[in-house]
Design a protein around this ligand. Structure first.
Ligand SMILES: [Zn+2]
Length: 287
């Protein structure tokens, strides 16, 4: 890729093992970061053929076997590890609950905004606290008004035109809660009353950490259930979420591969300029 000739991958996907398990040329890489280990080994493979082939790094967000809870994921290590491989664009598929009656299971939402309702997660590289290697980052503030990459969103929506499992929604607000429990009915009704579209547990701080590294980040939300305040039944269950996600994983994989094919080879967005004019004190970013 133009931006990094030594890159082993240009695109990163943070999602489950269902996305790469059938690729036949994958290499597993153990990547160390100044923030500790990422969720698991990264798997690098080629998606597409010929002139359309793209090198993609996959990272299972919850680790293989889904052993990391949303608040226990080392988001900083995950984003850092991807960037250190040369990744400049990140796709973040995740399961979410629908906050509107017309966002039922199977709906695909490509949000354009997020609301952070998490607590206690490390959500910046620029905290002024010495890293493991002794480097002390400066305290700097990055723009985050529009959290998602416009080119990535366009690529996702273009690919989602043929989404088979339900309808596709262009835009909306993803509210990210701490979890791992699901929302109460009161919380869920409150989120819906704000006009927010979907609720998840992992979209933050993934998005802001990508921005702090100058990476493009695109959130792709698969609705697995209607949240507790929207439906009259028993509320969300873990089994229901897993079942709906599993039944859509093949379609989601096809969709992501189409998104990857749609991504322009060079970046025309402003995501990479997030640190322009700032001094972070971290040699990897100030270089
Ligand atoms: Zn971008």
């Amino acid at each position: 890729m133009a931006e990094d000739r030594d890159a082993v991958a240009e695109i990163g996907v943070i999602g489950g093992s269902g996305f790469y398990s059938f690729l036949d040329d994958v290499a597993e890489l153990e990547v160390a970061t100044p923030y500790g280990p990422p969720s698991d080994k990264l798997v690098v493979g080629t998606v597409g053929e010929g002139a359309k082939a793209r090198r993609v790094a996959f990272l299972p967000r919850h680790g293989r076997g889904h052993h990391l809870p949303p608040h226990g994921i080392n988001y900083r290590a995950n984003l850092w590890a991807l960037r250190s491989l040369g990744v400049r664009r990140v796709l973040g598929p995740c399961a979410v609950g629908g906050l509107r009656a017309d966002h039922g299971p199977g709906t695909l939402v490509v949000p354009d905004q997020l609301v952070d309702r998490t607590s206690g997660r490390a959500q910046t590289f620029f905290d002024g606290v010495a890293r493991g290697d002794g480097r002390v980052p400066q305290v700097v503030h990055t723009a985050f008004a529009d959290p998602y990459c416009p080119e990535g969103r366009r690529a996702a929506l273009g690919a989602a035109q043929d989404w088979p499992a339900g309808r596709t929604v262009d835009g909306g607000t993803l509210v990210v809660i701490e979890g791992p429990r699901f929302s109460t009915r009161a919380e869920s009704r409150w989120y819906a009353a704000q006009g927010w579209s979907v609720v998840g547990m992992t979209g933050h701080p993934e998005a802001v950490l990508a921005r702090e590294l100058g990476l493009c980040y695109t959130s792709v939300n698969l609705v697995t259930d209607l949240d507790a305040g929207v439906e009259a039944g028993e509320g969300v269950t873990h089994e229901e979420v897993m079942r709906v996600f599993a039944s859509n994983v093949a379609a989601l994989r096809e969709l992501l591969f189409a998104v990857i094919a749609n991504l322009p080879e060079s970046r025309g967005c402003a995501c990479g300029a997030a640190l322009d004019g700032l001094t972070t004190g971290l040699p990897e970013l100030d270089g």
